[in-house]
Design a binder for this molecule. Structure first.
Ligand code: BES
Ligand code: ZN
Ligand code: ZN
Length: 480
């Protein structure tokens, strides 16, 4: 159950914890009716993300640090919201004096949205499969404030966070439970609830659509594949059309090029790209975005059954190109190849794919950054801008054509791994590029690092992060 967020003009009488967000410059110089000495002694300086719960005359109250007012940004508020959601877990009704720190000057709609996102993302827990969890008491947060800007900030945050938490739930579900069929069911339900149309291809239709990459990866599995296509059409016809493609490997064992048990242990996360696409699309109608968006999700696990694709096998992708599979663990690019080919046929104005694609990208950028590659400077710049604004970190990598020779195959049009040990994120990007039709601006986000948290970071708990949802929503909002 998600917590309820309300906007109220005054602090509600039944509030059990009253929270005062405070900048460190105000904390040092002022008028608050609190015992600052004791607070200081406990180490509280109103730094960003610091919280201290104390008592004042009217009951429990918390001070929530925002750092220096001149240095704040949206992320400051998002972080404050996350910290509060965790610290206030044991209070049922909480109120927050948000209006005291925001104004037109620091963009109240954005700040309120970021703070509410922090609350809703911070309150997230994946407890479906636990039998003895202590239920969270926190059920309502009343944000003290008023006006259209604050209320729209809260509304937007509700839609974006719902999308993020949906993606997290999908990533957190075990691979044996979230099969391609189960994923497609969630997509179907989401489509119904959030005004999207959906087309689900089963095995016969996937064969008919000549998706040799998806079929090749699925060959070692006892679970049938699915290909989900979602579409959002705004009420007023729009000129712009965006295609989103998400890697949907519901579990990656590596196929016959089997992973180590250590390497496999988090591979339920390998549909993080598809989860981010679904999470994003779930929010489009709520946010009344004016552009057309189509989502493509190729879904299968990558197993090693008796008829699994063998190293050396050649697959034919939907666009007719043949691929020599020399490592069955480089499977993401095979299913994406089909999806990118299909997406290209609709001639959208841009294609963005998201994929937990390479360990190499994690080696290069670590856990907190996605790798961005692509063919169009404007598109990449718009994604970098959205990254800046949302705090979902993205770092651009080059796609030098000179590396293309590393993908040359003796027997087919291309092979699915590069020949050398280096630049694996880039050779994967160059492989994908072959399946995007000439002239369509395309960007690829390798989210292998940030999609899944081995340890908590930023606003994320351990496990699925929902990375990409907020980034894409911000990108779509400004897509020109
Ligand atoms: N799903 C993995 C990539 C991955 C690794 C995602 C770690 C998240 C965390 C992908 O399918 C894979 O196995 N890639 C190989 C490619 C290699 C065989 C060229 C890799 O990165 O080792
Ligand atoms: Zn793999
Ligand atoms: Zn994979």
């Amino acid at each position: 159950m998600s917590i309820e967020i309300k906007l109220t003009a005054k602090k509600p009488a039944r509030s059990e914890l009253h929270v005062i967000p405070i900048h460190s410059d105000r904390f040092t110089s002022d008028d608050l009716e609190i015992d600052k000495k004791t607070l200081r002694a406990s180490g509280f300086e109103a730094d960003p993300g610091q919280i201290s719960i104390t008592q004042n005359q009217s009951g429990p109250c918390a001070l929530l640090g925002l750092g220096e007012s001149s240095k704040e940004d949206n992320e400051t508020y998002r972080k404050a919201g996350t910290v509060l959601a965790k610290a206030a877990k044991g209070f049922k009704q909480v109120s927050v004096e948000l209006q005291s720190v925001i104004s037109i000057e620091n963009n109240e709609a954005e700040r309120t949205q970021a703070f509410t996102e922090g609350l809703l993302m911070g309150a997230y827990e994946y407890i479906e499969l636990k039998s003895d969890t202590k239920p969270r008491k926190l059920s309502t947060v009343s944000i003290v404030g008023s006006g259209r800007k604050m209320s729209s900030g809260i509304q937007r945050a509700k839609s974006t966070s719902r999308g993020v938490n949906l993606a997290r739930d999908l990533v957190n579900r075990p691979g044996g439970d979230l099969t391609p069929v189960a994923f497609a069911k969630v997509a179907s339900k989401t489509a119904k609830e959030h005004g999207l149309s959906i087309k689900i291809l089963g095995l016969p239709e996937i064969k008919k659509a000549k998706m040799g990459g998806l079929l090749g990866v699925n060959r070692g599995s006892s679970q049938p594949p699915r290909f989900v296509q979602l579409s959002y059409r705004p009420p007023k016809p729009s000129k712009k059309h965006l295609a989103l493609v998400g890697k949907g490997i519901t579990f990656d064992a590596g196929g016959l090029s089997i992973k180590t048990s250590q390497g496999m242990s988090t591979m339920k996360c390998d549909m993080g790209g598809a989860a981010a696409v679904l999470g994003t699309m779930s929010a489009l109608a709520d946010l009344s975005f004016p552009i057309r968006v189509t989502g493509y999700m190729p879904l299968t696990d990558n197993m090693l059954g008796g008829d699994a694709t063998r190293p050396g096998d050649v697959l034919k992708i939907r666009n007719g190109k043949t691929v020599e599979v020399l490592n069955t663990d480089a499977e993401g690019r095979l299913v994406l190849a089909d999806a990118l080919s299909l997406a290209s046929e609709a001639k959208p104005d841009a294609i963005i794919d998201l994929a937990t694609l390479t360990g190499a990208c994690m080696v290069a950028l670590g856990n907190e950054y996605a790798g961005l590659m692509g063919t169009d400077t404007d598109l990449a710049d718009q994604l970098l801008q959205a990254s800046e604004e949302t705090g979902e970190n993205v770092w651009q990598l080059p796609l030098p054509t000179s590396y293309r020779s590393q993908l040359e195959s003796e027997v087919a049009d291309i092979k699915n791994i590069g020949s050398g040990p280096y630049g694996g994120a880039i050779t994967a990007g160059l492989f994908l590029k072959e399946f995007v039709a000439e002239g369509i601006p395309w960007a690829h986000l390798d989210i292998a690092g940030p999609a899944f948290a081995d340890a908590p970071w930023g606003n994320h708990p351990k496990g699925g992060t929902g990375f990409g949802v907020r980034l894409l929503l911000r990108f779509i909002e400004d897509f020109k």
